[in-house]
Structure formats: structure tokens, C-alpha cells
Design a binder for this molecule. Structure first.
Ligand SMILES: [Fe+2]
Length: 409
């Protein structure tokens, strides 16, 4: 929830008569969060959203439902999402890779245009566009997206992804079971984003215009809305196009934020990853690592070490999605790699990278991090595209590199 927004026409007061150009009474629909206590938006439908005439079951294996990996011994993981081969629209081409009860982390690589819409009844969604461009067509309007955008879609808002077929589209998705929002650390008590936050209100972009029915774009009736709730999909079928609004206003709406608009902070010595905080969910955070000048202490014979120190954040699992640039602290990592460093065992830079970083002045790394309080579990699909040797890539000759032993289920 960023700020208030309005598109189209709304009456001066909620819950009052409001007619379209043909003198037809419009249907007011209030989408509220946390019962009636939280943020809300009020929409004005030309046809009631309850006017559906059929419901069907649906399964998209790998997305909903997905299969957890049966055994998960504790070690550092590297999931090569670039090896994930999928096809279909934005639902058929989506696969859950990591999950706990607070967040599911998926990759989606749509190769086909979809005529169906999707509404997530389990939580807010935060996409990160690794590659591609296009638009999200949502109940609250058309939202263009481009490479390296975060795209936020609130729980319960129908949408579909229309990717530009001229370029490949690959996106990571966080699904937060309770909420995903701007962290409270970056808001003042009126809710405004603070002067010292790493972004401003102007960096967030809502839908540009209302969605209107186009037979060439959306096909003919019936129109299908796929709804996810408790990891079960149902298809709700309408005989009219159900996303044709006269207007809406409120705080709940989808938006984009491009990672390059993030203002990084740097110090004399290395700051912890939380300085890159971007979004917060229930028991998890999302951070943005962007190109920046690095730590610059050089005094009395002391120099800062810009490479991250080894660490054990003993309450949190940590994943990094590598996007672009040089990943100075890791070997064997490529763009679209996901590393999982679980709590319980320490992690840090690969041998040699720590020392090599002394004296460097800037980094070009671009990455998205997610820290979770609860353990992240792999799905079977994530395990199929794992780099099985990653855990042992830190071991030195003295540590037994010539005779590595690990247990891979
Ligand atoms: Fe870390």
C-alpha cells in the first residue's frame, strides 16, 4: 500500500447512487484487507463481479499443487533457474521452487498469451522481472512492466500477464501469505515514505488506464478467472467481461518499482544486508543489491573489506537471486542463479574473493535477496535443477577438497 490513487469516475461519497452514461446504476464493490480495518479500494462495476455461471476445478502441476522434496539435509544450495524448461501462459509456465508457510518463491517463464485471468486468494504477489517487458492487465487497470521491475499485485486482484513476444520473459515471484508491503522503517507516522528511505513515492507507478474489453485481445465469452485459495485452483466462468470498471479509488492497487530506482547506502565499513531493505512480508523481507560505490575506510593502516564478511544469521534462511554484474563473493554463480544459505550453518565469500575485494571502489552487482524466519523447503522441481556440488565449493585443500563427501538425497 503506497498511497491513494484514483482512475476513472467515482461518486462524491461511497455507498451512494452512481450511474453510467446510459443511466444504469453501477455496482459498488469494496475490496478490504484485514476484515474492514485495513487498506481498501472501492470499485464501480458495469456488471456485478458476482455474475458467474459455472465453477470448475483446475490443477497446474508444479505450481498448484507442487511437490515438496521429501528429504532436505542441511547444506548450501544453488538452484539453476536458467535450466528450468517450461512453456505455456503465465500460469502453466509457473513453478514453485522454495516455500514455507509465509512465502512461496516461484519462477515463471510465459511463452504463450493467456486469455484467462488469475486471482491469488492466498496472498500478495511480488514479481521481479529478470527479463522481458509487456503489461499486466488487472482489474484496476493496465500496468506496463519492463526489465528489472518489481511488480506488486495485491491479494484478490484479478490480472493476467501479457508479455511482449519479441523478447523472452522470465520472472521470479514471491507470494506472501499475509502481506507484502513497504517496510515500516521507511514510513513516517502519517504513512508517507520518509526522506531517508531508499526510494520516494515518485518511484512507484500504478496502472495507467482502465481495462476495456477488446474482442481481439480478450476473446469471446466465456471468460475464465482462475482463483487460488489454500493452494487449490478453481476456475470461475463469466458470460460477460468482468473487468470493465467505470472507475475506482483507494489504497489497494498493483504497482511497479524498478530496482534501478533504489538508492543504495554505503559506509566507511561494510553495512549488513538489511541496509538494502526494499519490501517486507510476514516473517520475511526482500532486499535489493544495486550497483554502488563500496566501503571506503582507509586510515592509519586500516582498510575496509568491501566483500561481505562470513556470517551466520541464526534466525533466518537467506536466498539470493543473481541478476547481473559481477558476483564478487561467489564462484560458479550465473545470472538467474538462486543460492540458498540456510540458518544452522555459516556462509560467506568463497576463498580468495574476500582478500581480492580490498581496495575495490565499486560493485556492479544486481541481485534480489529474501530472508525468511522459517526454514525454506525445496520442491522436487528445484532439486532437479540444483548444482549438486555447490555446498563443497568453499572447501580448501587443507579442508579436504581432494576427498569431498556429502549426502545428496
Ligand atoms: Fe548472507
Amino acid at each position: 500500500m503506497i498511497h491513494r490513487m484514483q482512475i476513472g469516475k467515482v461518486p462524491p461519497k461511497p455507498h451512494t447512487t452512481f450511474y453510467d452514461e446510459n443511466k444504469k446504476l453501477l455496482m459498488e464493490h469494496c475490496l478490504t484487507r484485514e476484515g474492514f480495518e485495513g487498506a481498501f479500494s472501492i470499485m464501480y462495476y458495469r456488471t456485478p463481479p458476482t455474475d458467474e455461471n459455472a465453477v470448475e476445478k483446475l490443477a497446474v502441476p508444479g505450481f498448484c499443487p507442487f511437490e515438496p522434496l521429501a528429504e532436505q539435509p542441511l547444506y548450501r544450495r544453488h538452484i539453476k533457474t536458467f535450466d528450468l524448461k517450461v512453456k505455456g501462459d503465465f500460469l502453466d509456465a509457473r513453478r514453485v521452487l522454495l516455500f514455507n508457510s509465509d512465502v512461496q518463491i516461484s519462477m515463471v517463464k510465459p511463452t504463450e498469451r493467456s486469455t484467462r485471468f488469475f486471482s491469488n486468494g492466498d496472498g500478495d504477489e511480488l514479481y521481479f522481472v529478470h527479463k522481458g517487458k509487456g503489461r499486466f492487465e488487472t482489474l484496476l487497470g493496465v500496468l506496463p512492466f519492463r526489465e528489472h521491475d518489481y511488480v506488486y499485485v495485491p491479494r484478490g486482484i484479478p490480472y493476467r500477464v501479457v508479455a511482449d513476444p519479441a523478447v523472452p520473459c522470465e520472472m521470479m515471484v514471491f507470494e506472501g501469505s499475509q502481506f507484502i508491503d513497504i517496510p515500516k522503517e521507511w514510513r513516517n507516522r502519517t504513512g508517507q515514505i520518509t526522506m531517508y528511505a531508499p526510494y520516494t513515492h515518485r518511484d512507484f507507478h500504478g496502472p495507467e488506464r482502465l481495462l476495456t474489453y477488446d474482442a481481439a485481445e480478450h476473446g469471446k465469452a466465456p471468460f475464465k478467472l482462475v482463483v487460488k485459495r489454500e493452494n487449490v485452483l478453481t476456475v470461475h466462468i463469466f458470460q460477460h467481461f468482468p473487468y470493465d470498471l467505470a472507475g475506482w479509488e483507494g489504497f489497494v492497487f498493483p504497482f511497479t518499482f524498478n530496482i534501478h530506482d533504489y538508492h543504495p547506502k554505503t559506509s566507511t565499513v561494510h553495512l549488513p544486508p538489511t541496509i538494502h531493505l526494499t519490501f517486507a512480508g510476514n516473517n520475511f523481507i526482500v532486499c535489493s543489491f544495486v550497483p554502488r560505490k563500496v566501503d571506503y575506510l582507509d586510515r592509519d593502516g586500516m582498510k575496509s573489506i568491501p566483500c561481505p564478511y562470513g556470517h551466520a544469521s541464526v534466525h533466518m534462511d537467506e536466498i539470493l537471486f543473481y541478476v547481473d554484474g559481477n558476483f564478487t563473493s561467489r564462484r560458479g554463480i550465473l545470472p538467474a542463479s538462486i543460492s540458498l544459505h540456510p540458518s544452522g550453518i555459516p556462509h560467506g565469500p568463497h576463498p580468495g574473493t574476500y582478500e581480492k575485494s580490498i581496495g575495490t571502489e565499486k560493485t556492479s552487482e544486481l541481485a534480489v535477496m529474501c530472508d525468511t524466519y522459517k526454514q525454506l523447503h525445496l520442491t522436487k522441481i528445484a532439486h532437479e535443477i540444483e548444482d549438486k556440488d555447490y555446498h563443497l565449493t568453499w572447501v580448501s585443500k587443507e579442508g579436504g577438497a581432494e576427498n569431498p563427501v556429502t549426502y545428496i538425497p
